[in-house]
Design a protein around this ligand. Structure first.
Ligand code: ADP
Ligand code: MG
Length: 290
């Protein structure tokens, strides 16, 4: 599936801009204390107010959860339930109305603007639904972008790229441009760009949303593989298939975490069934989830 370049992509644009704005590499990237969750979300609330202030939309009413280092968590919920809002706030691309987010023990809500981009680069990697690769850059230059912004030397960037490109199976297409490769290859390049800074947490918003079933399968295998190697992943998805590859699934409804499922020893198929059942209960407005 080919994506036409869009003229205006607000969040990614602000994301890239925010990486550029400050270049304070020495900023404190947050030191992890023992027994601390990698991510803690407390009483998170987001109310959007329209420009004239006449209309308010409560996207998140009271979200609470935490993610431990090494977890692979999927977040599900119906369209409009606040998944993207939550992810954008976690990515500090948007501010909550109230509540707290601790990433690696440090509040991303109160962090100073000048520390934010370095903090984000050190801690977070993003994978967007529609890849968000720059069409005028080769795949390699797209992947290098966060390192270029961090002022890394070219030889060092090459050294970092080699094992990642190999693992992702895109080492032979690095000089190609996004419009020359398939959707699945573009998404793998986008994953490489998220991994190249060795972030503490990967945030993915509907990463399989623009992929065909084969590429979806490959991407999910890849996520499982990088998670098994220790990378923490938080993925928003409405695909039951994608969610059933995670180790834990959180369901949001009416702006709150409504339920969660732990994989424990469940196989993918069992997990799939359990997630489907929960979504049915969510959609029919049931109170009980067994
Ligand atoms: P999801 O990703 O689960 O589909 P969103 O987070 O995109 O949900 O949206 C949650 C709610 O907030 C929806 O009612 C949506 O219309 C509203 N919303 C999202 N972004 C904005 C915005 N920038 N301004 C006003 N309302 C918004
Ligand atoms: Mg969304």
């Amino acid at each position: 599936m080919e994506c036409k370049p869009k003229l205006w992509q607000p969040i990614p644009f602000f994301y890239i801009l925010s990486l550029v704005i400050t270049n304070n590499e020495k900023a404190d990237a947050g030191v992890m204390e023992e027994n601390m969750s990698l991510l803690e979300v407390k009483n998170l609330k987001k109310i959007y107010t329209t420009r004239l202030g006449s209309n308010q939309v409560q996207a998140l009413s009271n979200v609470n959860f935490s993610v431990e280092e090494g977890e692979y968590v999927a977040i599900m919920g119906e369209s409009g339930s606040g998944k993207t809002t939550l992810l954008n706030i976690l990515a500090s691309l948007d501010k909550p109305t109230s509540g707290e987010i601790l990433l690696n023990g440090k509040s991303t809500v109160t962090i100073k603007e000048k520390e934010l981009s370095a903090f984000r680069r050190a801690n977070l990697g993003f994978v967007f639904q529609d890849f968000n690769l720059l069409d005028t850059f080769s795949l390699k230059d797209n992947i290098f972008l966060p390192l270029v912004l961090a002022g890394m030397k070219y030889e060092e960037m090459e050294k970092k790229l080699a094992p990642i490109a190999l693992k992702l199976g895109i080492d032979d297409i690095m000089t190609k441009y996004p419009y020359e490769v398939s959707g699945g290859q573009k998404q793998r390049a986008a994953v490489a760009r998220a991994l190249i800074t060795t972030p503490k947490l990967i945030l993915a918003d509907e990463p399989t949303g623009a992929l065909d079933s084969k590429s979806t399968e490959q991407l999910l295998e890849l996520f499982t593989k990088i998670n098994n190697e220790g990378q923490t992943i938080l993925m928003v998805t409405h695909s039951v298939k994608a969610a059933s590859s995670a180790k834990r699934v959180l369901f949001i409804k009416d702006g709150e975490v409504f339920h969660q499922i732990y994989r424990a020893s469940m196989k993918d198929e069992e997990m799939y069934q359990k997630i489907s059942n929960t979504l049915t209960v969510l959609a029919t407005g049931g109170e009980q989830v067994e």
